[in-house]
Design a protein around this ligand. Structure first.
Ligand code: MSP
Length: 507
């Protein structure tokens, strides 16, 4: 059986869910659903990143234990996953035992392989970003230093364990060279290569400045494993790396990490180096998507302009939101979120082109053909319908390469062709004079709707389900095995009552 393992980043619990979280999850969901429908065995992992100083501080401010705090806030992300209708097969929390066991195992292995040493670190540290900054990256105001994002940094000196990252420089460069598809899109790949070529320092991987995290195993000096090492390891925890007998290595060979561009360095440089040091192969693919702005403005705490995906969904609907974020921008590039563009896209592509076409056709079939399939399409030769059957193969490589907008363009070209077809065939006119020709026109359209209902499932699952329900397609005939003429709608199949697919919104 073919398999795939797809992951979102694990989300920081100290933030409320925003469009960034929703976006990554939706991308992964489309990918996972598509290949599930192609009968792949899928592990789809998402979860929450629950350790570190920020969480420790947030809990302290509330006067509660960190664990009590994370137990309540990680629920926001579980809820978001449900609201987005995400088909994750697992949800990992870094406070779980399976994760601690994995992190400890990773640490011990790196010690055994002489990849870790104890040293000391000093530099400008930002609690907010949980990382050190070089002075050239900072701005000074009244003797206080700030990062580009405005977070304050303090001079910190501490003992720290280090991972020998510097020695992996050439091996990483070779890996990028030999695996040209490892980092996508291409522009990001070039960025990573020049970062590594500019030289790598060893990586500080423990902290003594906070307690909320996983302790460095077998030591007495109060070191906590740095959150990034802790976080990245989640991808191994979920496939039982901690247990030699249970480790699902076959899934690891197929893993694809989908992330935002801001965390590419961690995933494309530090993570593969750690994995190589452990003797595990680097991930198969890392896809870094761009960032959303809100009505042209950068989303930031200080502007208080975060976009709450739950609110967008309750106002405009889940499919509208999912469709907008996948169609609006080429995956990998930045994009702007505005309610006006969402409404326009929804009205034009979903309500007008797709919803209206299906609705008017079915109303017509209800009126003139007793709401049943007027004819089988087996013997009908029709170019448009033939092009419909080819769509699935045509978009597969687009999905594999995260070119979702291209896949959607091809599907909407088919929808546009169908709209043109009905306008040219004029069934409302031919029905009076030529019942057979009219039946053929409708047969082509209705069978095309079945294809649309099937192929749109990964993108707009709610509307697809409605379409397939209306067409009376059995639940067990909805995966991509049935995307062919052999399973076309049979003559006299009764349809269910038509319901509105996409409401129109006023701008
Ligand atoms: N906890 C780390 C990830 C560890 S993975 C081993 C983290 N969490 S996060 O909650 O801050 O970010 C999660 C994701 O949201 C990242 O992929 C990030 O790129 C994405 N986004 C945050 N803001 C965003 C936008 N405005 N637009 C699009 N995505 C953005 O980083």
């Amino acid at each position: 059986m073919k398999i795939k393992y797809v992951t979102t980043p694990i989300y920081y619990v100290n933030d409320l869910p925003h469009i960034g979280h929703a976006y990554t999850s939706i991308i992964c969901d489309i990918y996972a659903r598509f290949f599930k429908l192609k009968n792949y065995d899928i592990i789809f992992l998402t979860g929450t990143d629950e350790h570190g100083q920020k969480v420790e501080n947030a809990a302290k401010n509330k006067g509660i234990e960190p664990l009590t705090f994370v137990n309540s806030v990680s629920k926001n992300f579980v809820d978001l996953t449900k609201n987005l209708n995400i088909t994750n097969t697992d949800f990992i929390r870094t406070t779980e035992l399976r994760h601690r066991k994995t992190v400890e195992k990773v640490w011990k292995k790196l010690i055994e392989k002489d990849e870790i040493y104890l040293g000391s670190y000093e530099g400008w540290y930002s609690v907010k970003d949980e990382s050190f900054f070089q002075e050239k990256e900072l701005k000074e105001k009244n003797g206080i230093f700030f990062t580009d994002d405005g977070s304050k940094v303090d001079w910190l000196k501490e003992e720290s364990y280090f991972f020998k990252l510097s020695k992996w420089e050439n091996k990483l460069l070779n890996y990028y060279e030999n695996n040209p598809n490892f980092i996508q899109p291409k522009s990001r790949r070039n960025e990573v290569i020049s970062f590594v070529k500019s030289g790598l320092n060893d990586l500080s991987i423990s902290r003594t400045s906070f307690k909320w995290g996983i302790s460095v195993p077998e030591q007495t000096n109060n070191h906590i494993i740095y959150v990034w090492i802790d976080a990245l390891t989640n991808y191994l925890s979920a496939i039982q790396y901690f247990d030699d007998n249970e480790f699902k290595e076959n899934f690891w060979q197929e893993v694809v990490h989908v992330i935002g561009k801001d965390i590419l360095k961690f995933h494309a440089v530090y993570w593969p180096a750690i994995l190589m040091a452990l003797g595990i192969s680097p991930p198969k693919k890392i896809f870094a998507h761009g960032w959303w702005t809100n009505e042209g403005k950068k989303i930031s705490k200080s502007l208080n302009n975060s976009i709450d995906p739950n609110k967008v969904i309750s106002t405009y609907g889940l499919d509208q939101f999912r469709y907008f974020v996948t169609k609006e921008i080429t995956l990998g590039q930045d994009g702007d979120f505005s309610e006006k563009s969402l409404i326009n896209r929804s009205n034009s592509d979903l309500s007008n082109s797709l919803g209206n076409l299906i609705q008017r056709t079915l109303k017509f079939v209800e009126k003139h053909y007793e709401n049943a399939m007027p004819i089988g399409v087996d013997s009908i030769k029709c170019e448009i319908l033939e092009s419909g059957y080819k769509l699935l193969d045509e978009i597969e490589s687009n999905i594999e390469n995260f070119e979702f907008h291209k896949a959607l363009e091809k599907i909407w070209k088919f929808i546009a062709d169908l709209n043109q077809f009905i306008d040219e065939k004029e069934p409302w006119r031919t029905v009076k004079e030529n019942k057979l020709e009219t039946a053929e026109t409708l047969g082509v359209l209705l069978e095309s709707f079945r294809l649309l209902g099937l192929i749109l499932q990964p993108f707009i699952p709610c509307a697809s389900e409605k379409i397939l329900n209306i067409l009376n397609i059995k639940d067990n005939l909805r995966n991509f095995d049935y995307f062919n003429k052999e399973y076309s709608i049979k003559k006299d199949t009764y349809f269910n009552k038509i319901e509105q697919l996409f409401p129109r919104f006023n701008v």
